[in-house]
Design a protein around this ligand. Structure first.
Ligand code: NAD
Length: 287
């Protein structure tokens, strides 16, 4: 431990169970000396597991639906009372798509669900910052962070409408980051994390194959939830005060790769079994 967050106060959204990225961030932030409030939807708090984290981190747990401005206002008001002043960091670790849950493909979306996906997974980030700024609830040089995924830039099979939400999330970080930096010296970033086996991650169709692929494609391998938490801590610390409006990849190098030796080895194996047209066509060209 480095005491990187000694004296810092924060709010952490999105710890559901001990697989959640936010759970790992809370544990690391506690180890680094921060005090913070934990929050999640009333229903996920009722599930009970996050209580255990609150006890472990000596934190208060405040229910809030991140799509509700009233809930977010109440959250900041109570958090400042509990923590004795403004906060220094906020983690937005929230994502959900009813279309993904209902297995509706991208060319057959339900538009009410689509709006929910956008509201929960992207617009809530704007709501959190707009409320915080209006209430002047974040100290100068504070840090606001959300978790994203590379589907914001590239199309990944079955990521569905969450790709649109992540693209909006990253854009909100830039647009709000400009205003928040200019007026209050608050920095705003997103971390684009490797696929990770959490509750949200498991909802992505074919997550096992995807994780195997990105592991093979990344020179350093997939970033784990614990490693992602380490990265979040550096962005909450004073060591990164001029980093803002960025989408920062935490993916073992995946985002810069085209084809790797490991992936090629695995891909070539499939030629022996594959009788698809594309393979025949390529064989013809190679001969
Ligand atoms: N798991 C992955 O593969 C992966 C990869 C890149 C980015 N991410 C992102 O990381 C973040 C955290 O996800 P995770 O993988 O730890 O999964 P998770 O399921 O543990 O966390 C998602 C959280 O969102 C919360 N949530 C849903 N609706 C909400 C609402 N209306 N208000 C407040 N909270 C709400 C859930 O209760 C849950 O705690 C998400 O933004 C996710 O998209 C995940």
């Amino acid at each position: 431990m480095y005491n990187l967050l000694k004296g810092k106060k924060g709010i952490i959204f999105g710890a559901l169970n001990n697989k959640s990225i936010a759970w790992k961030v809370a544990e690391r932030a506690h180890d680094e000396g921060a005090v913070f409030v934990l929050t999640n939807t009333p229903v996920s708090i009722r599930l009970g597991e996050v209580e255990e984290l609150a006890v472990k981190c000596n934190s208060k747990l405040i229910p809030a639906d991140a799509t509700s401005v009233a809930d977010i206002e109440n959250l900041f008001t109570q958090s400042m009372e509990i923590l004795g002043g403004k906060v220094d960091f906020v983690l937005h670790s929230i994502g959900m798509s009813p279309n993904v849950r209902k297995k509706l493909p991208y060319d057959n979306l339900d538009y009410d669900y689509y709006q929910k996906t956008m509201d929960i997974s992207a617009i809530s980030f704007h709501k959190v910052m707009q409320v915080a700024k209006k209430m002047d609830a974040i100290n100068e040089w504070g840090s606001v962070l959300a978790l994203s995924y590379i589907a914001a830039q590239r199309t990944l099979f079955e990521y569905n409408d969450m790709a649109d939400a992540k693209a909006a999330l990253e854009s909100i970080a830039r647009s709000f980051g400009y205003i928040y930096g200019r007026e209050k010296k608050v920095r705003v970033n997103t971390i684009s994390q490797s696929p990770t086996l959490t509750t949200a991650g498991s909802g992505v169709k074919g997550i096992d194959g995807l994780m195997d692929f990105t592991e093979r494609m990344s020179p350093l391998g997939n970033g784990t939830a614990d490693e992602c938490a380490d990265f979040c801590i550096t962005l909450f610390s004073d060591l990164t005060r001029k980093v803002t409006m960025q989408n920062l990849y935490h993916d073992g190098g995946f985002s810069s790769m085209g084809m790797s030796q490991q992936a090629m080895l695995q891909y070539n194996k499939s030629f022996d079994e594959c009788d698809c047209d594309i393979a025949d066509k390529i064989r013809g060209v190679i001969k």
